[in-house]
Design a binder for this molecule. Structure first.
Ligand code: SF4
Ligand code: ZN
Length: 308
């Protein structure tokens, strides 16, 4: 059947297209969309030497869309990564009506891929669920959650003997973070490359999906029959990120390439600041001994105020 002129065709093979990349004006069919996404992730890993031969990569697997796509893509790229092994780490924060489903989804994914899996929970590690910790301080949800989850992921990675910790941050997340740091006046975070810490203080964190947009991740999951409608975190409404996200997606739609340009600006700012900005000296937390920029690490500062 000859398709109507309204059916967009793949710019590479002329099959019916499923993805339009507004930034470069290309239409891609399912096969070429999947290979383009995987090739770009592979190129990011190579160019930034995120994964080197012999690495054991812990993948932070929440069971949400980004981490699901990340594990699937890394598992697909594994044969080209010499001597590299994967282990998935799932943290159950204890968020009623939200986490159970994503944790289940994470479990199903690792079983289907045959990837080693470690699960940890906030009650095991910190004595309570996030819901319990947040009673009366819901507005601080993402800050509290972020500090505790970071510690949980580091603990999981250490238990797994991992040499790298991969997270599912995508292009949209990274662009949102640039704007959020500007809005908060947090210049040191803006110029600090959070994905790279060569100081040996932590297991280095890597973000292989940082060049892939949220829309491309959704397309990848749909094409691989891995799309599931998952509930949204009940605390996400309190987050500044939600407003920034909605603003940026509107801008990206009307002005394709906005997010990419934002990331290029961040790179330039980082470059200009490289000679003047110095990383805070490494100290040890007075209470727990973990690496810290101040006398107390963020976790110990938080612990004293948490409900038990
Ligand atoms: Fe945690 Fe905030 Fe994400 Fe919910 S939206 S999981 S509270 S960081
Ligand atoms: Zn094609």
């Amino acid at each position: 059947m000859v398709p109507g002129p309204e059916v967009p065709r793949c710019s590479i093979c002329t099959d019916p297209a499923v993805l339009f990349q507004r930034g470069n004006g290309r239409h891609l069919c399912g096969t070429h969309a999947i290979s383009d996404i995987c090739d770009r992730v592979s190129a990011t890993i190579r160019e930034e030497e995120m994964i080197v031969p012999g690495d054991r990569v812990a993948v932070a697997l929440s069971g949400g869309k980004d981490s699901t796509a990340l594990l699937m893509i890394l598992n697909r790229l594994l044969p080209s990564l010499k001597g590299v092994s994967l282990v998935a780490i799932t943290i159950d924060e204890g968020i009623a009506g939200y986490r159970d489903e994503t944790v289940r989804s994470a479990g199903n994914l690792v079983s289907s891929l045959g990837v080693e899996h470690i699960s940890l929970s906030f009650p095991d590690l910190f004595g309570n669920t996030l819901d319990q910790f947040l009673k009366g301080r819901e507005k601080e949800a993402c800050t509290v959650c972020g500090i505790l989850r970071k510690k949980a992921l580091i603990t999981g990675s250490e238990r797994a003997g991992a040499t790298k910790l991969a997270t599912g941050h995508n292009l949209d997340d990274e662009a949102q973070s640039v704007l959020m740091n500007i809005f908060r006046g947090d210049f040191s975070r803006l110029v600090r490359n959070s994905g790279a810490d060569s100081s040996g203080r932590f297991i280095p964190r890597i973000k292989p999906l940082k060049g892939i947009s949220e829309k491309e991740i959704a397309t990848f999951l749909l094409l691989n029959n891995a799309w599931t409608d998952l509930p949204e975190c009940p605390y996400s409404g309190y987050a500044l990120r939600r407003e920034v996200r909605s603003m940026l997606s509107g801008l990206e739609y009307r002005h394709p390439g906005t997010m990419q340009h934002l990331m290029e600006s961040k790179k330039k700012i980082e470059k200009y600041c490289a000679s003047t900005y110095t990383r805070e000296p490494i100290r040890r937390c007075r209470v727990c001994g973990d690496p810290s920029s101040g006398e107390l690490c963020q976790l110990c500062q938080l612990r004293s105020s948490l409900v038990r």
